[in-house]
Design a protein around this ligand. Structure first.
Ligand SMILES: Nc1ncnc2c1ncn2[C@@H]1O[C@H](COP(=O)(O)OP(=O)(O)OP(=O)(O)O)[C@@H](O)[C@H]1O
Length: 254
């Protein structure tokens, strides 16, 4: 049980995800790749945090470790005051179900399920009931009310990502991780999806971490972390798209 293995934190903090000196080495010996070199991050509650950086800088590795999808080589990760690096696989799976929502670049919907079934899947798997009023409100918010009986193949890319957003939010997770959520969408649809993510932060206080290459996406964030060669090289509060592009240029993060 998660409850039994959980290590309560002695100090209280606004951070719902806390990584301390995380390293990740892939492989061994001469071919070892050091993807993260002692990264420490605090993700504050109710905020949208963007993670930017060049290809290969370690963004996906960091996100997977923060979300409990991968384990660090050394270092500590806490989600909602639970140290996850020492949890067994079953407890980690339970923790992900309870605390984490995911949004992926390629939507990752199940093709044989309708939009409604895809949205409800995290609750179905966890054996939990949906609050019907919340479900209706969420579906209206993401604009899927008249698409609930469609299967993914019958939906546009933007509509599929809306299903994925509703699926991530339906269990009211502690934190949503979005990996390049606009990476596979055109510019107008990307803007709509970013608006929805921003709204979920404003309206539901949904803590969200988004990995992105897109300066326009990062400009919607309350906080931007810049990664290079497996290290955080810069952290800022909310800044404009222009300032982000300048920062990328100054830090030579192309
Ligand atoms: N499974 C793996 N085995 C070996 N090396 C890996 C593995 N996954 C990632 N790497 C390496 O770790 C480093 C960081 O990769 P990562 O995918 O985290 O970067 P990224 O910033 O997300 O890149 P991109 O923007 O291209 O997705 C890279 O050098 C990559 O080649």
């Amino acid at each position: 049980m998660i409850g039994t293995d959980a290590q309560p934190n002695e100090t209280t903090s606004a951070a719902v995800v806390l990584a301390d000196e995380v390293t990740r080495v892939y492989g061994e010996g001469d071919t070892a790749v050091h993807a993260l070199h002692g990264v420490s991050v605090e993700v504050d509650t109710g905020q949208l945090t963007a993670v930017m950086g060049p290809s290969g800088s370690g963004k996906s590795t960091l996100m997977h470790i923060l979300a409990g999808l991968d384990r660090p080589t050394t270092g500590s990760v806490r989600i909602d005051d639970i140290e996850i690096t020492t949890l067994g696989d079953d407890d980690l799976t339970k923790l992900r179900r309870r605390h984490i929502g995911f949004i992926f670049q390629f939507f990752n919907l199940l093709p044989m399920l309708t939009a409604r079934e895809n949205v409800l899947l995290p609750l179905t798997i966890a054996g939990r009931q949906v609050d019907p009023a919340y479900f209706d409100e969420l579906i209206a918010r993401v604009g899927l009310t008249d698409r609930l009986s469609h299967r993914p193949a019958e939906l546009s890319g933007g509509q599929q990502q809306r299903v994925a957003i509703a699926r991530a939010l339906v269990s009211r997770p502690t934190v949503v991780f979005a990996d390049e959520p606009t990476g596979n969408l055109d510019s107008r649809t990307s803007a709509e999806i970013l608006d929805l993510l921003r709204q979920s932060v404003e309206e539901y206080g949904q803590t969200t971490v988004m990995v992105t290459h897109d300066a326009r996406a990062a400009a919607m964030a309350d906080r931007v972390l810049f990664l290079a060669d497996g290290r955080i090289v810069k952290e800022t509060g909310r800044i404009s798209q222009h300032e982000i592009l300048q920062m990328i240029d100054t830090l030579d993060l192309q």
